[in-house]
Design a protein. Structure first.
Lengths: 340, 633
């Protein structure tokens, strides 16, 4: 197992290098560059940028060089100094721009993930065990609705709902009081985890972002459980008098969790990124919206770094999920040994 | 004798005491916001300029100090908080003239070559350091002219010499509170030009000189300078200079003359601006302005959030789109909707690229009859009702009422829909109608117009225009492009017919001709002509230049003469001539009159002017004079 993990880790290097090249190339693909977008923005505000300024800006941003030269300079900075470059838009090094929003991105992502699994898995089991019952139909209906309603629409409805019901639209994660506290330094992001008003506002993103995932988990769990419950080993266990509880939770659930665990490969990346469109609609300052605006503005080092980190986390997540699958499912472990 | 002496002494003492009492009564009784109490500051009178130089704002309702108001900030534009807090040397009034602001006053010699600017004695930066003419010299000579700001020297500080070459003005400090700007030739519009593109002409030398010294140090290499800037958190020295001297208002701790100073990161979800204790304006009762202690800028990522914040009272002032007015009126929002007029020529427009690359279309687009035909094909009533919700009326793109060049005849030129007249005009242009009912070129090539736009909101306009064109037998396509792609297309002369892209809008065409006249590659309807014009001036061979037709060349000649004109009258005369060219050629086809700017303002807010004009030159929302606003408790 150790050598297997080591080999997999070594393959990370070429994968990440190729990934970085592809990412950089794709970011460069649309017509224009950051400067075009920047100048368009200035013009929309009535600003005037003359020829000499354009040339000076091009030189300053290094945009007067071919894309592969820019790429090699960027990679050289990363490999030699761990310097991911500067964000043109924020006029800061890339890492602080990401770090500003990373803690809250992780909080939101973990909370929605927990909601997803804590709600989706039990209901999935219930629906499978009580197939075609009233409860199953109700949960199925809710599940399909949850999958069918676009997150952004659901978010808008909930925000409008809070305005109608409470007189205050719950937009963003923070109330005015919290924002002032954060701004004045009397509050830190981790203090928020103990505040009721923060979790009151957190409810909307958790429900909005969590629901679509929950519905997916619920349906997949139900299908897998039904599949497992119909297998011969279950029949055999019942014939031997094993309790129904033991059959479901000890054997069927373990096997049915396989697809859920395989899906964990993308979880690390998701935790880092958060949900982009929903976050924009709900005005959540997370990594996702920063990536979106960086891509739109062709702020290439910021976008490139976020995508590169996401790519790395997907590769890492795949490895971790493979290891977890092997641990969870004896068939995988044993099939490996049989092959030897 | 002794008694007389005593009486005289007593009288003298009484007179002296009464004089003192009079003096005490006459000394301005200044007061400050309770927000500043306990901050260990000098007395308010010592923080303000000398009594004779304090700026007294003409405030309609004398106010109460207000703890904070909340404003909204979308996107990464630094001008969001920039304009409302801006303090220019001279500021615009709504009649288009300028008045002293940071400056106390000015004098000008007879031929307008020497401008003398007077500053306010005793005025201080937000850290208490005196503001003097040396701060102006430092900005002009050591920041602007050296390129430290990252911007080219403004047209405002240049004048043409006898050979037509632009020469920079010479700065001379007379004393701490007086300086002169001397031009090689007459510069009649110096103050108005300065109010537009040289809004601030000063920088805190005591705070900046260390950085500027590094920038100007001939012994340091570029790498060493960049390393210095990186130590301050910037990518390079140019980024540092641009940030500290151009977008300076978002730099924390940099001394300012504005009423508020940023206290945090501009990109924060809520950015707080705190009052400047050394602000130099008072109201008629001597209360130090601003009335509002803090500005809170809340960041939003989608327009619907801004609308909800207006409705639930989170935001005290917010700009409202026309389509949202009904929603606000039907809500329980406690806001007043204030309507400001605008200097825009139209609210819905179409501009044909007269230098379009297509060899068949180029002469057609340059033919004024073709533009006339397109104009009368369109049903403007439909656009006014469906897109502008009835807030505008059918009109041609023309200066609005009250603006320079306003002409009702122009406003109504080619406005009525007339398909028969359009057909006759198209035939005159050499087009023929094919068997399929669509117009084609003489060689049989079908005429297809490509309508391009960059805002999702313009999709409806594009569809309405396409329908009207199809009804008139003109094939058309519509397509939306990202803003940066559209910008790239414009600079590469790949655009064809653009909708609502840099609509004509200015308070004075002589002051801001950039978007009107193709004097460089800015002008949408002829960016490639702009390159030709630049080539004709400096003899370079810019790629993509296209020689303009005669009517555009005539326009460029007028522009050149206007730029070099030495009197205000001559400039105005040439501006009128220039406007005549636009009336004649209709280079922007407008469909509706310009729409007003609507602001939702907290119903308890005082002094928010109702007669404002929304335009960049007047600093948009900044015209509301935020220092005088206050909210009733």
């Amino acid at each position: 197992m150790g050598s297997y993990i080591w080999k997999r880790v070594l393959t990370f290097i070429p994968i990440l290098l190729i990934m970085s090249l592809v990412i950089f190339f794709i970011i460069q693909l649309p017509p224009g560059d950051y400067l075009t977008s920047y100048v368009a923005g200035l013009k929309a505000e009535g600003q005037i940028v003359d020829e000499s300024e354009m040339d000076s800006l091009k030189e300053r941003y290094g945009l007067d060089q071919p894309w592969f030269v820019q790429y090699f300079k960027w990679m050289w900075g990363i490999l030699t100094r761990f310097d991911f470059g500067y964000s043109f838009d924020y006029e800061k090094p890339v890492w602080p721009v990401i770090a500003e929003v990373l803690p809250m991105t992780i909080v939101v992502s973990l909370a929605t993930m927990l909601f997803n699994y804590l709600v989706g898995i039990p209901i999935g089991i219930y629906s499978a065990v009580h197939q075609y019952s009233v409860g199953d139909y109700c949960f199925t209906l809710v599940g399909f609705l949850g999958m069918a309603v676009p997150n952004f629409l659901f978010a808008i409805l909930l925000m409008y709902g809070t305005y109608i019901w409470t007189g205050t639209a719950f937009i963003g994660l923070y109330s005015n009081e919290i924002l002032l506290g954060l701004q004045q330094g009397t509050l830190q992001w981790y203090d928020l985890l103990l505040r009721g008003d923060f979790w009151g506002r957190m409810a909307i993103p958790i429900i909005v972002i969590g629901t679509s995932g929950t519905c997916g988990t619920l349906r997949s769990m139900r299908a897998q459980m039904l599949d497992e419950l119909g297998r011969n080993y279950v029949l055999c266990a019942r014939a031997k008098g094993v309790s129904e509880r033991r059959i479901i939770y000890k054997y069927c659930l373990r096997a049915a969790l396989n697809p859920t665990v395989s899906g964990l490969s993308g979880v690390l990346s998701h935790i880092f990124n958060g949900s982009t469109i929903s976050a924009i609609v709900m005005n959540l300052q997370l990594v996702g919206p920063r990536l979106y605006s960086a891509l739109k503005a062709q702020d290439m080092y910021l976008a490139g770094t976020i995508l590169l980190v996401m790519g790395f986390l997907i590769v890492l997540g795949t490895l971790l999920s493979d290891i977890m699958l092997a641990w969870l499912d004896p068939r995988i472990r044993f099939s490996g040994r049989r092959a030897e | 004798m002794k008694t007389r002496k005593i009486i005289s002494l007593l009288l003298a003492a009484i007179m002296l005491m009464s004089l003192c009492a009079f003096a005490v009564a006459e000394a301005p009784a200044y007061s400050q916001s309770p927000y500043l109490d306990g901050q260990n500051l000098p007395a308010v009178a010592d923080r303000l300029p000398a009594a004779s130089d304090v700026m007294v704002e003409d405030v309609a309702d004398i106010g109460q100090y207000t703890d904070y108001i909340t404003l909204m900030q979308g996107g990464s534009s630094k001008w969001g908080p920039g304009k409302p807090t801006e303090e220019a040397l001279f500021r615009f009034k709504t009649d288009g003239t300028v008045e002293p602001n940071v400056a106390k006053g000015y004098d000008v010699n007879e031929d307008a070559t020497v401008w003398t600017i007077y500053l306010r004695e005793g005025m201080k930066w937000s850290d208490g350091v005196p503001f003097t003419s040396e701060d102006c010299r430092f900005f002009y000579e050591e920041c602007l002219l050296t390129g430290f700001t990252g911007k080219s020297a403004w047209e405002a500080v240049k004048a043409a010499d006898a050979n037509g070459e632009m020469q920079l003005a010479e700065f001379k400090a007379i004393d701490d509170y007086t300086f002169t700007m001397t031009f090689v030739s007459s510069k009649p519009e110096f103050l108005r030009e300065l109010a537009i593109n040289g809004k601030w002409f000063f920088a805190p030398k005591h705070w900046l000189e260390e950085h500027v010294a590094v920038y100007n140090d001939a012994n340091k290499t570029a790498e060493e300078k960049d390393a210095y800037a990186q130590g301050k958190g910037f990518s390079d020295m140019k980024a540092l200079g641009n940030s500290y001297t151009y977008y300076y208002w978002i730099v924390k701790d940099r001394p300012t003359l504005r009423a508020w100073q940023i206290d945090g990161d501009f990109n924060d979800e809520m950015c707080v601006w705190k009052r400047n204790p050394y602000y130099w304006k008072v109201d008629a009762e001597g209360k130090q302005l601003p009335y509002i202690d803090e500005l809170h800028f809340r960041r939003y990522s989608d327009d619907s959030q801004a609308l909800l914040w207006v409705m639930d009272g989170t935001a005290d002032i917010g700009s409202v789109a026309l389509q949202d007015v009904e929603t606000i009126l039907n809500s329980e929002a406690t806001v007043n909707l204030v309507e400001w007029s605008s200097t825009g020529w139209t609210s819905q427009s179409m501009q044909l690229n007269l230098a379009v690359q297509d060899e068949l279309k180029r002469p057609l687009f340059q033919n004024v009859n073709f533009r006339h035909a397109l104009s009368v094909i369109v049903d403007r009533n439909q656009i006014a009702q469906l897109i502008d919700n009835g807030y505008t009326e059918p009109a041609q793109s023309a200066p609005p009422e009250g603006a320079q060049g306003y002409d009702p005849e122009w406003t109504n030129k080619w406005v009525e829909q007339d398909l028969d007249a359009a057909a006759a005009l198209l035939a005159e242009c050499g087009l023929t109608k094919g068997a399929d009912g669509f117009w084609a070129f003489a060689d049989g090539t079908k005429l297809t117009l490509n309508l391009q736009y960059q805002n999702e909101a313009d999709a409806s306009l594009a569809e309405l225009l396409k329908n009207d064109l199809n009804k008139a037998g003109i094939d058309a396509t519509t397509r939306m492009y990202d803003r940066s792609i559209m910008e790239e297309m414009r600079s590469a002369n790949q655009h064809e017919i653009v909708l609502n892209y840099e609509n004509f809008d200015t308070v004075s065409i002589s002051l801001r001709p950039d978007y009107f006249v193709p004097m460089r590659d800015y002008c949408v309807w002829g960016s490639a002509f702009g390159l030709w014009y630049l080539n004709s001036i400096d003899g370079k061979a810019r790629e993509g230049a296209v020689e303009p037709p005669e009517d555009v060349k005539a326009m460029l000649d007028i522009y050149t003469a206007m730029k070099n004109a030495t009197t205000s009258e001559a400039k105005e005369e040439l501006a009128v001539k220039l406007l005549d060219c636009f009336k004649e050629g209709i280079y922007e086809i407008g469909f509706t009159s310009s729409n007003p700017a609507i602001y939702a303002v907290n119903a308890k807010m005082h002094n928010f002017r109702e007669d404002g004009i929304a335009c960049d030159e007047f600093r948009d929302l900044g015209l509301a004079n935020f220092a005088c606003l206050w909210v009733e408790k």
